[in-house]
Design a protein around this ligand. Structure first.
Ligand code: PMP
Length: 379
C-alpha cells in the first residue's frame, strides 16, 4: 500500500508526471521525443533562472553532478567547501577522488558558516578554483544564504567558480543563477523537480564552460565528460538527436510534464511555488515547535523550506516514531550519520505544498501529533 512519501526526496509525484513515466517504448531519436527533451533543457534554464547557462540532463542521480565537477577541476586544484552536514562531506569526497584539495568551513551541527567566516577563509588562502556550497544540506535541514555568500565570494575571490549543490533546493528554495552570479548548480529529479529518481541535472555558466574548455589536463571521467554531453544537449535543444549514451526517455517525458507544471504562469508560477514551500515549512515548523520539539537548524532563517529536521524526544526511539507514522500511512525519514542526537526528517516539497495536495501537510502534522501521543510523549 502506498504511504504518503514525506521524506526529503523522493517526494510525492503528480499523477500526470507518473502517467508520463508510462509513455510506451519510444526511440531516443524518434522525432516525437526531440521536443520533449529540447523543451526540458529550456525549462531547466527557467527553473534556475538563467538565460545562457548550459543544462546537462543525464541519466544518473544527484551524485553524478558532484562527479561532473571533474570537468572543471584539475589535479591539485583547491576547493573551499561551505559545509553544513553530511552532503558537504560526501561532495568533498567526490572532488577528492578527482585529485582536488578540499578545505572545509564548517559550522556546528544545525548552524551555518557566516559570510564573515567565508570571507576569512578566502583571505587566508587565495586561489580557490572552486567554492562549493550545499544550498540545503539534507542531513541537517540547514539552508545557506547563497545570494550573500556569492556576493562575498565574487568580491574576495573573483576567479573562483561558485558551485551550488541544489539537490535539496532547486524548485523549493529561492535561486537566481544569473543575478547571483552562480557558475554551476547541481540537482536531481526526485526532489523539488517532482520527478522519480534517475536524472542528474546540472547547469553550467559560460564562465564554467570556459574553464572546462581551457583546461590543460585530460578529463578523468568517461560517462560524466562534458565533451561527450555538450554536443548531445545542443543537438536536442536544436530538436535533433545525437547519441552518446541512451537518455532515460520516460524520465525526460516526466520532467517535461513536471517542469511545465512548475513553470505554468512563467516566473510568477515559480515564485508562487517557492512561496508555497515557505508557507508549508512555516506551518510544519510551528507545529513541531508547538509540540515542544526542537529543530535541528539553530535559526529559522537558516532552515530549509523544503524539509524539516527535528530532534526526537529522549523518551522516544526514532525507529518507533517512523513506524508509528508508517502505520498511519505516512513515511518520514530518520536521521543521517552525523554527530547529532537522534533526529528525524520530514520532507515538504513539490506538489505536497500546492493545492489540491496541500492537505498532505496537515496530514503529516496530525499523524506526528497522534504518533507522539501513542508513544506517550509529554513535552
Ligand atoms: N546532495 C544533496 C544535498 C542531497 O540531498 C543528495 C541526496 N539526498 C545528494 C546530493 C545526492 O543525490 P542522489 O542521492 O540523488 O545521488
Amino acid at each position: 500500500k502506498h504511504k504518503l512519501c514525506m521524506i526529503p526526496g523522493p517526494i510525492e509525484f503528480h499523477e500526470d508526471v507518473l502517467a508520463a513515466m508510462s509513455t510506451p517504448a519510444t526511440s531516443h531519436v524518434d522525432p516525437d521525443f526531440l521536443p520533449v527533451f529540447g523543451e526540458a533543457i529550456e525549462m531547466t534554464r527557467e527553473v534556475v533562472r538563467t538565460d545562457k547557462g548550459q543544462p546537462f540532463l543525464v541519466a544518473g542521480s544527484g551524485t553524478l553532478g558532484w562527479d561532473m565537477m571533474s570537468n572543471v577541476l584539475e589535479e591539485g586544484d583547491s576547493t573551499l567547501m561551505v559545509n553544513t552536514g553530511y552532503f558537504g562531506d560526501r561532495f568533498a569526497e567526490s572532488l577528492e577522488t578527482y585529485g582536488a584539495n578540499v578545505h572545509h568551513v564548517k559550522a556546528s551541527i544545525g548552524s551555518r558558516p557566516s559570510t564573515k567566516d567565508i570571507e576569512a577563509a578566502l583571505v587566508e588562502h587565495k586561489g580557490y578554483k572552486m567554492v562549493a556550497i550545499t544550498h540545503v544540506d539534507t542531513s541537517t535541514g540547514v539552508l545557506n544564504d547563497i545570494q550573500a555568500l556569492a556576493q562575498v565570494i565574487r568580491q574576495r575571490s573573483p576567479e573562483s567558480l561558485i558551485v551550488v549543490d541544489g539537490v535539496c533546493a532547486v524548485g523549493s528554495e529561492e535561486l537566481a543563477f544569473d543575478d547571483w552570479g552562480i557558475d554551476i548548480v547541481i540537482t536531481a529529479s526526485q526532489k523539488g523537480l517532482g520527478v522519480p529518481p534517475g536524472l542528474s541535472v546540472v547547469v553550467a555558466s559560460q564562465r564554467a564552460l570556459d574553464v572546462f574548455k581551457k583546461r590543460s589536463s585530460r578529463i578523468r571521467n568517461y560517462y560524466g565528460n562534458w565533451n561527450k554531453w555538450l554536443p548531445v544537449m545542443e543537438a536536442y535543444e536544436a530538436r535533433s538527436a545525437l547519441y552518446f549514451a541512451t537518455p532515460p526517455v520516460q524520465l525526460l517525458y516526466a520532467l517535461n510534464v513536471s517542469l511545465k507544471q512548475i513553470l505554468a504562469n512563467g516566473p510568477t508560477g515559480l515564485s508562487e511555488r517557492i512561496d508555497a514551500h515557505r508557507k508549508a515549512s512555516g506551518q510544519v515548523k510551528a507545529a513541531v515547535q508547538g509540540l515542544g520539539l526542537k529543530l535541528v537548524p539553530t535559526s529559522l532563517e537558516g532552515a530549509a523550506n523544503g524539509m524539516t529536521a527535528v530532534y526526537t524526544p529522549p523518551s522516544i526511539k526514532t525507529p518507533d516514531l517512523i513506524e508509528a507514522m508508517a502505520k498511519k500511512g505516512v513515511q518520514i525519514a530518520g536521521g543521517l550519520p552525523i554527530k547529532a542526537e537522534p533526529y528525524f526528517r520530514i520532507g515538504h516539497m513539490g506538489i505536497s505544498v500546492v493545492e489540491p495536495e496541500r492537505k498532505h501537510i496537515q496530514h503529516v502534522i496530525e499523524s506526528l501529533h497522534s504518533s507522539l501521543n501513542e508513544l506517550n510523549y509529554r513535552s
